[in-house]
Design a protein around this ligand. Structure first.
Ligand SMILES: *Cc1c(COP(=O)(O)O)cnc(C)c1O
Length: 356
């Protein structure tokens, strides 16, 4: 039995893996593989249409929002977004809360001015800055909702008078949120939505009126919208896996149901770790992520013992990010409670063995 706590690509529901594998051999009883049908056939158009409408339904998006499935992972959005909305005479505001946000800032600087409104780099990104001013003349304000590597998560939506933009790669569809407050949302699919190779983008039509002209077609969101995410061959299989995951999420009760489960998983794990001074939780309690729990050992020489205990019991992917060290337990939507329970049992066993 494996318990997969990988940070990304990561666990997806078992039924999604099973159905996706069936579709590789015979898609919808057509006698054809999903991998060999044209993307402009009614068969694949139905996949795209249903995926888009499930995103709108689950996120309760209003009529001004367009949903796109684009190539390139979240890292492409780090530059595609400023390419569309920044220029040398414009500035954008960014919150610097972790490694991914820093990368987004670096790319934006290629296209215009960037004002970092606040940063938590002074304490290894172990908290979310709360006091900052977003300049009124910024083209947009960008932040990361969940800092996958550092294990922090923004618990409320910042108030912003300028267009609000979020990288939601590692917590999209994991909790209820008023998604309509955002002018632009993007998320690499491989954490909560599906397979690597595709990005979910939600963009407000009114915000798009401010986009730059003379962009390469593949970089221009308006062109992608006009072509229904099929300007060129889309990542068909990755989009199909998203559809299966979205169907699964709807079936189990949508975002309210998954949020309840995610809260239970995170509370159980954090409260177990907090019981013993063997474990150190670097992130301020109020800023802790419900998706990625980060911790170290107070006595770092015990880390390898804990890791080998976990490995022996089939716990996969709990090593911390190479920049951070220690441990990181990712508990995305598809992670069942039983896996978190199995891990907390091991933590308790470890505490009993090493505390005395
Ligand atoms: C994983 C991740 C990314 C990078 O995604 P790619 O699809 O690999 O480009 C960006 N932002 C956040 C918050 C992430 O968790």
């Amino acid at each position: 039995m494996k318990h997969n706590f990988n940070a990304g690509p990561s666990i997806l529901p078992k039924e999604v893996f099973e159905e996706a594998s069936r579709a590789i051999v015979d898609f919808n009883n057509t006698g054809l593989s999903i991998l060999e049908i044209g993307h402009r056939t009614p068969l694949f158009e139905a996949v795209m249409d249903e995926a888009v409408s499930l995103v709108k339904e689950l996120m309760k998006l209003d009529a001004d929002k367009e949903v796109l499935f684009l190539h390139g992972g979240a890292s492409t959005q780090f530059f595609q977004l400023p390419m569309n909305f920044l220029s040398k005479d414009k500035k954008a505001a960014y919150l610097d809360c972790g490694v991914w946000g820093t990368k987004a800032i670096k790319e934006a600087k290629l296209f215009g001015q960037v004002q970092v409104v606040a940063s938590s780099s002074d304490r290894n990104y172990s908290y979310i800055p709360k006091e900052y001013q977003i300049p009124n003349d910024a083209a947009y304000f960008h932040y990361t909702t969940n800092n996958t590597i550092e294990g922090t998560q923004m618990q409320s939506i910042p108030k912003s008078d300028v267009p609000l933009i979020a990288d939601m790669s590692s917590d999209i569809l994991s909790r209820e949120m008023d998604f309509n407050q955002f002018d632009f949302i993007y998320a690499g699919a491989q954490k909560n939505i599906g397979a690597a190779g595709v990005n979910l983008v939600v963009v407000d039509k009114n915000f798009l009126l401010k986009a730059n002209s003379s962009l390469p077609s593949m970089m221009d969101y308006r062109v992608h919208i006009a072509n229904g995410s099929m300007l060129n061959t889309p990542p068909v299989f990755a989009i199909y896996v998203c559809l299966l995951t979205l169907r699964w999420l709807k079936k189990i009760g949508g975002i309210p149901a998954i949020e309840k489960l995610n809260n239970q998983k995170a509370s159980l794990l954090y409260s177990t770790l907090e019981k013993s001074s063997l474990f150190h939780l670097p992130v301020k309690k109020e800023d802790r992520s419900f998706m990625n729990a980060v911790f170290t050992m107070t006595d770092s020489s015990l880390e390898k013992d804990f890791l080998s205990l976990c490995r022996r019991e089939g716990m996969i992917g709990i090593e911390g990010h190479r920049n951070v060290g220690g441990f990181r337990v990712s508990m995305y939507n598809a992670m069942p409670m039983s896996s978190v329970e199995a891990l907390t049992e091991l933590i308790n066993e470890f505490i009993n063995t090493y505390s005395s």
